[in-house]
Design a binder for this molecule. Structure first.
Ligand code: NAD
Length: 486
């Protein structure tokens, strides 16, 4: 697979097209700003209309193709993803900045997700039900909802589009993908592989661009569902825009995830998990460990372990195999991290590690920020309440289990929640009491399995879970049928 010119275009009705207004935006490597990846379309509402035209035309035939046959395309796509894993990982690292080993892990995850949903093609059933009338068969079945829009962020530029695309296709929906303008190349490579998997014309369409294209997709009355991953304000805007026509939405949004460490916990294990969850992928994931809620009896010992381990992490370009942390995605995100930390310190919090950029002679010109640990911020302050989306850990002290749970739950988000303890009663109580969609006990607060729901609660999620068979409730609707054979 080479990065040839067609990869800079939209893919509509089986062909690569320049955007209607021929507008393009440059895309640079955030870990080395001298590396220009290319210019990608800034699509207009007209481009989106064309893509929805194509998806609408393809919808009837695709929905009549049986799920087992639809799954065959996914098995083919999974083999292609495997075969092109290196190209995909390099593209992810180059345009996102994450270390290559993380990018390879993302490709492997995309393969596993694709295989899982291919298998769902043989399980996409309904149920039989007792009939009130004699000689009557009553049953339910799933029907695809039709054209869906997939609007995705930049932080997992392959895995997130795939965990929407694969269930959409096996369900019988046709698709318009609108990826993040920060990661257009990975989206184009994925679309290229989708075309090589032989999907019928118009079943999968790609429109590159930003807010204008996203808004047009959510506004098109022929789009029956929008699956979105991104920030809370944009998720809310999509839901509001679609409400008058009862648009089906699946919204996965931000997080402000806590790891609780009780006084009886294994501190070495907890420290390792916190470092992995807070600083892996430079903290740019919805489930990143953003808050450490530590019992005051062990807080200092835990901070020492975390600081010792995090200060050994190497910040550098993702393409350098020695790097543990890549850059942030943009200058704006970098400035937001710096400001959030500086503001907390100004208000009396104590900086225990980082808080600044690495020295310029150690990294190329990029958006780098050092792993940062801040202790003593007010639990109601922006640093302790708002998603930072960077390698910044805020430490809050607590006194026992109930206090820890109250602090962990005291945010508007509910993505992941984690508890470290040796007390089996507290482990089970934590599963019950943590207000989070994904709960981890004695393990890092990040990471997911394809067959388990990827889901949040409170402002982190609206609509059915992603990944797992639960997501099929978004792409299909349940219908009932009664057949009189008397
Ligand atoms: P974002 O909300 O800015 O953008 C997400 C997508 O929406 C992009 O494709 C963008 O172009 C598009 N968009 C922007 N404005 C739009 C509008 N008005 N209408 C329709 N589409 C629009 O988010 P981001 O900066 O790309 O990603 C970071 C955010 O995503 C963080 O808040 C993070 O927590 C969240 N996220 C959540 C999950 C999850 O699974 N819950 C996973 C990854 C990221």
């Amino acid at each position: 697979m080479t990065s040839s010119d067609h990869l800079r275009l939209n893919h509509i009705a089986g062909a690569w097209h320049a955007p209607a207004g021929a507008k393009f935006q440059p895309k640079r490597n955030p870990g080395d700003l001298t590396d220009v990846i290319g210019e990608f379309p800034e699509s207009s509402a007209d481009d989106v209309t064309e893509a929805v035209d194509a998806a609408s035309e393809a919808a009837a035939a695709w929905s009549r193709t049986g799920p087992v046959e639809r799954a065959e395309y996914l098995y083919r796509l999974e083999r292609l993803l495997h075969a092109h894993a290196d190209d995909l990982a390099h593209a992810i690292t180059r345009e996102h900045g994450k270390p290559l080993r993380d990018a390879r892990g993302e490709v492997a995850r995309a393969c596993a997700i694709t295989a899982f949903f291919a298998g769902e093609g043989r399980r996409l059933g309904g149920r039989t039900a007792p009939a009130d009338d004699n000689d009557t068969l009553a049953l339910t079945f799933r029907a695809p909802i039709g054209v869906v829009g997939l609007i995705t962020p930049w932080n997992f530029p392959l895995a997130i589009p795939v965990w929407k695309l694969a269930p959409a296709l096996v369900s019988g929906c046709t698709v318009v993908m609108k990826p993040s303008p920060f990661t257009p190349l990975t989206a184009a490579l994925l679309t290229d592989l989708v075309t090589r998997a032989g999907l019928p014309t118009g079943v999968v369409n790609l429109v590159q661009g930003g807010r204008t294209a996203g808004e047009a997709l959510a506004a098109d009355a022929r789009v029956r569902g929008v699956s979105f991953t991104g920030s809370v304000p944009v998720g809310r805007a999509i839901q509001i825009a679609g409400a008058p026509r009862f648009l089906r939405t699946q919204l996965e949004m931000g997080g402000k995830n806590a790891v609780i460490v009780l006084a009886d916990a294994d501190l070495d294990r907890a420290a390792a998990a916190v470092v992995h969850g807070a600083f892996g992928q430079s903290g740019q994931r919805c489930s990143a460990t953003s808050r450490l809620v530590a019992d005051v009896r062990i807080k200092e010992q835990l901070i020492e372990r975390i600081v010792a381990s995090a200060s050994r992490l190497r910040v550098g370009p993702g393409l350098d195999e020695r790097s543990d942390l890549g850059p942030l995605i943009s200058a704006e995100r970098l400035a937001a991290c710096e400001e959030a930390v500086a503001e907390a310190v100004c208000d009396g919090a104590v900086l225990r590690l980082g808080g600044d950029r690495p020295s310029r002679d150690t990294v190329p010109d990029g958006h780098y920020f050092r792993p940062t640990v801040v202790d003593g911020a007010d639990p109601g302050s922006p640093l302790a309440q708002e998603e930072i989306f960077g390698p910044v850990l805020t430490v809050l002290g607590c006194d026992g289990y109930e206090d820890a749970i109250a602090l962990a739950n005291g945010v508007r988000y509910g993505m992941s929640g984690t508890l470290f303890t040796r007390d089996s009663r507290a482990m089970f109580a934590g599963m019950r009491d943590l207000e989070a969609g994904m709960i981890h006990i004695n393990r890092p607060g990040v990471g997911a399995y394809p067959h388990l729901p990827h889901v949040g609660t409170k402002e982190s999620q609206a609509g059915p879970a992603e990944c797992s068979a639960e997501t099929l409730d978004f792409y299909t609707e349940t219908r009932s049928a009664c057949l009189d054979y008397s």
